[in-house]
Design a protein around this ligand. Sequence first.
Ligand code: PEP
Length: 251
Amino acid sequence: MRRKLAAGNWKMHGLATDLAEAETLARAHPAPTVDVLICPPATLLCRMVAALARKPIAVGAQDCHTAEKGAHTGDISAPMIADTGASAVILGHSERRADHAESSAQVAAKTIAAHAVGLTAIVCLGETEAQRDAGQTLAVVSEQLRLSLPEGANAENTVVAYEPVWAIGTGRTPTLDQIAEVHDHLRALLPDPNIRLLYGGSVKPANAAEIFAISNVDGALVGGASLKADDFGAIVAALEAAEGTGGAATP
Ligand code: PEP
């Protein structure tokens, strides 16, 4: 059975004062019936872990290096992330694939590094608008999935997030049928059918319920709307309600 997951990606947002948003979220959702994760910037990892100690909200990072340690100025390794008390790491986000020319092979190597220290890898993939317009969506995500997931990826150590690049931070979302098509396609390709499949791209309180009603959507990776406790809390509540209806991902 797949337990649903609401994961927040703070990207390069957040100062110490913003930890209060996570604390507010934890107070508002003291016993969520879904998994909740916040991935702040690396500068806040330790303080976020401390702020959420003994709270049912997990903390994750947004990237890691493939190596355990070494001469890689500015990077952080998977053991360093685990050392903060964080339990997950986002890998292969389209902003990293675009800004840092990360290949799927590198994402797979990072995923191996994350697994080696017990971190859950949230592996992201998704098509560009040009690829969708060219009718290449299913081929693109299939290839990204094949190349980004290493041997040994399973439901215990890996989550996959389908994030159409053109929907991230734009306020635009695919139709529900388009999301369903990609999720159904990816589900059939997963090495472990119980790996959770998140949708990401402009998920908001206003559209969360209809997205979570889609079969094979096990939750969301949320950017902008995860920064404020009220918005992310509403998305968590929508996911809890979807789980309560006995959809594809009951715990
Ligand atoms: C993301 O960063 O993964 C994301 C989905 O962003 P947004 O929700 O802002 O579109």
